[in-house]
Ligand binder design. Sequence first.
Ligand code: GDP
Length: 368
Amino acid sequence: MLNILVIGNGQCGNRILDAINKEAFGGKSKFAKFYSQQKYKSNVETIAINTAMNDLKEMRFTKAKDRVHIPHLHGVGANRNVGKNVFEENKANIMRQIEERGNFDIGFVLTSASGGTGSSFTPPLIEELKKSYDFPIYAVVVLPFREEGTLYLQNAAFCLKDIRDSGVDGIILADNQFLKQIGGDVQSAYNSINDMIAKRILFLIDALDSEMMMVTDLGDFKTVMSGGAGLATIGFYEADKGTPIKSAIQKALSPSGLLFSTDVYKEGSRAMIIIKGDKSYLSIDEISTEVEKLSSSVGHVFKGIIVRKGETPQVLAVLTLEVAEELENLYSVAVDAIHQEREKKTRITEQKGVDRAFSQIDGLEPDY
Ligand code: GDP
């Protein structure tokens, strides 16, 4: 049995964590969770961390003891410098809360890259965890909608770089901009995206802790994640009875299955494909053909098969990327955003627009 730590930082991280707990407890109501067992065999400890009390209160499936409030009046307002200081001041408390949960085999830290709390807490938190523990830690990072504004874009660019420099064992990318194809209003898009991420993480946890017909394990996952440029994404597809397994694998690797925009055959570096379902759906020939197709363009592909009686087939693909064109696009938009912010600041200090307006009445008194 694996001991797994999942930490959700900031609003986005908290919500994905809550989606994981919802799914792990079988989507049961707030009260049912006290009586129900997690569906999964691993020991999964979840911790939500936030400076905003309201975000923590909003969680519906995460126990109160798993919600850690870091007091800072009204959050950190998307300012990563403020956020980093707040983390530093509260580091001992946060690390103690984690230490109390025991030791782990693997850890995930969930966050958005662009907000304040999650984006500034995640890099130093991972750095601290890596100093104190030996287990591998993976960041699951949500990228912003590109129209969310200059501050979010520049935060995303610096946060990702900081996470990469933190000693993290790999970064799994999910991109709101790419996933907004799901449609609906923002709130329902968030919920669907969070559910997508939760499902993939839980499938992965389940797979790493399962008896497989063809085995992949935590060691293989570590090898996959250490490949490429340290960046990865996850694909998933849940097939119905009539879908041939080869189409299910192709769909998991296609844009509709992935969390981040990439052509896996061009940008992939290493992969792990895990297929779960009733034996009758799992044609070994079809699976081998698809896996060989992928490995001929990306390099190494680990393959795992979990036989689950009566279940329709599900496919999970973990892919590390050698290059990521979409990330380069994001950085070029972010650089424009950083310049825009800087120019605005210079304009304000040079012209002192509002001060100049006020200065016109210097020395004058109102005349009635
Ligand atoms: P923080 O609480 O200060 O860490 O800030 P947030 O986590 O709210 O960060 C803002 C970014 O996260 C924006 O790019 C939002 O689009 C994104 N975001 C906020 N909530 C969610 C959510 O529930 N799901 C997803 N996928 N993205 C979210």
